[in-house]
Design a protein around this ligand. Structure first.
Ligand SMILES: Cc1cc2nc3c(=O)[nH]c(=O)nc-3n(C[C@H](O)[C@H](O)[C@H](O)COP(=O)(O)O)c2cc1C
Length: 171
């Protein structure tokens, strides 16, 4: 079984969660690649049994060039703002049998707000015909991080659940 965890990250928190999800998947024997969005190809869905997509929530949904520029003004490194999950999805080639899961990171202080990058991704992919399970959110303590307590461990456990589901469906 082959999985990819593809992520967008401006301040590094979504990258940390992506790696924790991959650790959990590996615990169940799944072979996993972790791929930053800058390096994610258009054929990713065709090459994997499971693709996990993670992104930071910006302005209640997926980032745009303007919100990424805003993140840079708030101290995020330059160079990662050129392309996000939104743009990658536009170029992404479809595949029939791949499983998809989505997560995001969000500010804990804004958890009462409805916006979620992962729900946005799930919505776009459902419109393309994919069966995407409910999105999962992980929280940062402040806008630029760090991650809230225990979120990395929760992400690893979530990865293990995805891996168990995948291996039991294949059995
Ligand atoms: C421009 C901008 C807009 C944001 N909008 C939201 C928002 O609407 N809701 C929310 O919960 N968090 C929001 N945040 C906080 C981000 O979700 C947080 O920076 C992100 O989870 C950090 O992930 P990263 O380190 O991978 O970039 C925003 C952050 C930035 C920079």
């Amino acid at each position: 079984m082959r999985a990819a965890v593809v992520y967008e990250s401006m301040f590094g928190n979504t990258a940390t969660i992506a790696n924790a999800v991959a650790t959990g998947l590996r615990r169940t024997g799944v072979q996993v690649e972790v791929i930053p969005i800058e390096l994610a190809g258009a054929d990713l869905l065709r090459d994997h049994d499971l693709v996990v997509i993670g992104a930071p929530t910006h302005a209640l949904g997926l980032s745009r060039p303007s919100t990424r520029a805003d993140a840079v003004r708030q101290g995020a490194p330059t160079g990662v703002e050129a392309r996000g999950v939104r743009e990658w999805l536009e170029d992404l080639a479809d595949a029939k049998s791949v499983q998809i899961a989505t997560f995001d990171t969000r500010a804990r202080a804004m958890r009462h707000l409805p916006g979620s990058a992962a729900r946005h991704v799930a919505h776009l992919l459902r419109r393309r015909g994919y069966d995407v399970p409910p999105a999962t959110s992980f929280y940062v303590a402040h806008t630029v991080g760090p991650l809230a307590h225990e979120e990395e461990a929760r992400a690893s456990d979530w990865g293990a659940i995805l891996g168990h589901d995948m291996t039991s469906q294949a059995a």
